[in-house]
Design a protein around this ligand. Sequence first.
Ligand SMILES: NC(=O)c1ccc[n+]([C@@H]2O[C@H](COP(=O)([O-])OP(=O)(O)OC[C@H]3O[C@@H](n4cnc5c(N)ncnc54)[C@H](O)[C@@H]3O)[C@@H](O)[C@H]2O)c1
Ligand SMILES: O=C(O)[C@H](O)COP(=O)(O)O
Length: 530
Amino acid sequence: MERKKVIVSERIADEGIELLKTELEVDYRDGISREELLEIIDQYDALIVRSVTQVDEELIRRAKRLKIVGRAGNGIDNIDVDVCTRYGVIVANTPDSNTISAAEQTISLLLSSIRNTAWASEYLKGGTWDRKPFRGVELYGKTVGIVGLGRIGSMVATRLKAFNMRVIAYDPYISDERFTRFGAEKMESLEELVKEADFITVHTPRNEETMHMIDERILGLAKEGVRVVNCARGGIIKEEALLKGLESKKVLSAGLDVFEKEPAIDNPLFQFKSVVVTPHLGADTFEAQKRVGENIAEQVIKALKGEIVPNLVNLPAMLKDELEYLKPYITLAEKLGNIYYQMEKSAVSRVELTYSGPISSNETEILTVAFLKGLLEPVMGDKVSYVNARLMAEDRGIKVFDHKEEQSPKRYKNLITARVFDHERELAIEGTLSRARFPLLVEINGYETESNLEGYLLVVENEDRPRVIGPFATALGDEGINIAGMKVARKTKGEKAIMIINVDNKVEEPVLEKLSQLDGIVGKPILLQL
Ligand SMILES: NC(=O)c1ccc[n+]([C@@H]2O[C@H](COP(=O)([O-])OP(=O)(O)OC[C@H]3O[C@@H](n4cnc5c(N)ncnc54)[C@H](O)[C@@H]3O)[C@@H](O)[C@H]2O)c1
Ligand SMILES: O=C(O)[C@H](O)COP(=O)(O)O
């Protein structure tokens, strides 16, 4: 079989490239121009980028085969995630792989800027031994204000506690417990934080809300001689405001790894000796890049095999353990979804999903999108993916409702119940996992069963009387079709009944037609492929 193709448009660790090569054809084009990438992107199933490649609508529109954009790193502000979602392209990143390096770089920038390390080094290498201009300040006993107490902000907090600093933080989106856990005093506003902080370090994502959040007004409220660090994203501290602050000596030093415009060359902030700059090196350690490269390679390989990957940006975030637990239920939901259009040929107007039992305490949105993906696949093929299944359902006018129940209403511990409506009728199906954790159909339109949702499944309606089931099974055998499993069910004795038969091979149309003529068989048997 032809191998799937990935293009890597920026430098990632060799370990990542080697891992990719075990399963994929890899085109490693570090620094490829935008024009060339636009030209050839339609040949690839996956694209791996860092923070430079702009993944926008123009690129995605041309990327006809693209299934996944892998961000070898954390920030995704160079990727238009909404566009990717609309086109069904998965976006995955590696948010935990470079956080330690970014936190350490923050501390490094803080220390080197307040101790004039870079400036003194330059001076001494220039041939002058002089100690007077470089007197710095200590961290000990001072107050650091952390804006954004997420992954990196919290690591910075715990590390600075070891310097005997008072740590205060502003992050309106996290619980009080998180402040306590990381030994940070909670500030109710950014204004409150800057008034108290001797040093300010920012660790938020860059978005509309945070761009220029530290501007002239906020710096105006800060202590005289405040010192700042930005190892998150350029522009969170407005560069123009910082420039003015440095000129007026309101701000005494800055450590900057990121800039409003990158690559940053001739940035006016470079003129200040008290400003230490690095060219976006926060994630650039051997350890972080190895982790990032291997992690993104693993995710891309998985995604191209149709598996769910842990750090999907355009799906709800899940913990690794939660994802592992939910995986077989994701398969179950997808297979249940897959049944409708194989049985009915009329458009769906509404889907109602119920998750009961302990699964309901998890992030069940992934189960809903898996069901919708399975539902739409027979009609939309591989245009539908986990990331756009909800959008596609909406586009087709399907109303989706899902809800959770703590207790399963049946003897099965966990249950997924689906009701799919067209304008007149409904298909009701229910599934769970077998002991071996394989998908099991346990009810269909009120008929109870226990049938493996795997391979070929024949659904046959019949009259509930003797000499119907036996001849049907014999007829299947006469056609060379082996029965792997069979369940019969009825609601009321003597009325209509149902056979659900797992068969080892495909039953062709003429055979289905022939089977429908057998005595006691109602309508044409339906073959499901799952
Ligand atoms: N310099 C580098 O090389 C480098 C490396 C890794 C990450 N980063 C950047 O570091 C930043 C932080 O990354 P992370 O992994 O810690 O992210 P994260 O998502 O774990 O944490 C961000 C925190 O910011 C908070 N936040 C969001 N908006 C806020 C606001 N308006 N005010 C205050 N807090 C707000 C969130 O609640 C969250 O707790 C990101 O911008 C990321 O791109 C840079
Ligand atoms: O967001 C990130 O992961 C960092 O900013 C690193 O970006 P990079 O991969 O371009 O070094």
